[in-house]
Structure formats: structure tokens, C-alpha cells
Design a protein around this ligand. Structure first.
Ligand code: GTP
Ligand code: MG
Length: 203
């Protein structure tokens, strides 16, 4: 059985690292990214998980193109496939950079056409944002409102390994009381079991 999901969230929330580490957690040794170029062509990029993670230590390494990886899970004797798309991070307003604008448009289009939405939020920066009506949280609020129109929607509260994360997590739970939230760390793999459990019941 196959299900399709898309990872969305603000820039730097940890979407790409989550993809790579979750693939590793599921037993993959190599990543095959299907990368969608701006000209509409698709390129297959193969890389070791080590190489895939290496570029991410630089905070400025933003994802510019949608990239999709196919993951395999098992539920009893059955094989489940999750086709997971990592997207360019969203930001408030319209960026000046044309490529980023295009990437964001692609992300929004993919959101409309995908039934399962994984919404990553960096809990540490959530903890530091003012509580009401501010631009940072309003983007996450808009995503959550859109998410509730999807068949499956989940918030992954990321970066739980960082100082102040617990506070951010509790603020986030209060901000989105109706949504299911799984606390995770894409760096340490915390919470991945629960994510796997969630993915298993999608198909
Ligand atoms: N400590 C910690 N750092 C993390 C975690 N997840 C991601 N990071 C770091 O946060 C930075 C951004 O991670 P990315 O995975 O590139 O974030 P992204 O959401 O893909 O960013 P864009 O592609 O710009 O939208 C990198 O330096 C990661 O190593 C986490 O759970 N804990
Ligand atoms: Mg990225």
C-alpha cells in the first residue's frame, strides 16, 4: 500500500534533516531524492545518508527544490510505502529572490494536491516568539488551519533536544489544542517511533 505525504514548515524548522534521519531510522543506507527543478524537469540524486546530512550543518543551506524520497515500512506481513516530499521552507510575505518565490509557489501547489501534511515546527524558536497575532506564529497558524482541511495532518514539534524546547512544546500544545502533536528531535531521533506508528496507520 502506498501513501503520499508532504513536509511543510518555516525555513530552518528541520524538514530536510527529518527526512534524512527518518529514512535512516527506517533502515535506509542510501537516499534517492527525486528533485524537481525549476524548469519542470526531475533529476534523480543518489547520496549516502552521511553526505545528505553533511550539508545541513550549515544553517544557510535552504532547500530550493521539492525533493521526494520513497520510504518503506512494514505492518505485519504487509509492505507500506510512504512517498515523502521535502519542500522549500515557507516565510511570511513574498521573498525578493525569484527562485525562492517559485519554490514557495511549488510548495503551496503541492500542499493542495497532497492528502497528508506533516507540519514541522521548531519548538525552540516557537518558545521565543511573542504569543499573539505575531507574524512568526501566524504562518504556523495558517498552516494548521489549512492542515485541518486535509485527510491527515500532524504537527511534528521539532528540536526537542535544545534548551527551552519543553517550554516551546507546551506553548505549541496550547496554541493548537485540537491538533495531534508529536514531540521529536530530528537530530537525536527522539519521537521517531511514534511518527512511524502514525505513518503505519495512514495506508
Ligand atoms: N539541535 C537540533 N538541530 C536541528 C534539528 N533539526 C534540524 N536541526 C538543524 O536546523 C538547521 C536547519 O535544518 P534543515 O533540516 O535544513 O531545515 P529545513 O526546514 O529543511 O530548512 P529549509 O530547507 O530552509 O526550509 C540545520 O542546521 C539542522 O542541523 C533538531 O531536531 N535539533
Ligand atoms: Mg530543507
Amino acid at each position: 500500500m502506498k501513501s503520499q505525504g508532504i513536509l511543510v514548515g518555516k525555513r530552518g524548522a528541520g524538514k530536510t534533516l527529518f527526512c534524512v534521519q527518518f529514512a535512516k531510522f527506517l533502515g535506509l543506507r542510501e537516499l534517492e531524492w527525486w528533485v524537481e527543478r525549476a524548469d519542470g524537469t526531475t533529476e534523480l540524486k543518489r547520496m549516502s545518508l552521511k553526505d545528505a546530512t553533511a550539508g545541513l550543518s550549515d544553517f544557510e543551506n535552504h532547500t530550493q527544490h521539492m525533493q521526494t524520497v520513497s520510504l518503506e515500512l512494514r505492518r505485519r506481513a504487509r509492505r507500506l510505502q510512504l512517498v515523502l516530499t521535502d519542500t522549500a521552507g515557507l516565510c511570511d510575505g513574498i521573498p525578493n529572490d525569484l527562485e525562492m518565490r517559485y519554490a514557495i509557489a511549488k510548495t503551496l501547489n503541492a500542499m493542495v494536491n497532497t492528502e497528508t501534511l506533516f507540519h514541522l515546527i521548531d519548538v525552540q524558536s516557537f518558545a521565543h516568539s511573542p504569543s499573539n497575532g505575531n507574524s512568526v506564529q501566524s504562518l504556523d497558524r495558517a498552516l494548521a488551519a489549512f492542515g485541518s482541511t486535509r485527510k491527515d495532518y500532524i504537527i511534528l514539534a521539532n528540536k526537542m533536544d535544545l534548551p527551552g524546547a519543553k517550554k516551546g512544546y507546551h506553548m505549541l500544545k496550547r496554541a493548537f489544542p485540537k491538533q495531534r502533536v508529536i514531540p521529536i528531535s530530528s537530530l537525536t531521533g527522539m519521537g521517531f517511533r511514534e511518527v512511524k506508528h502514525y505513518v503505519r496507520q495512514l495506508a
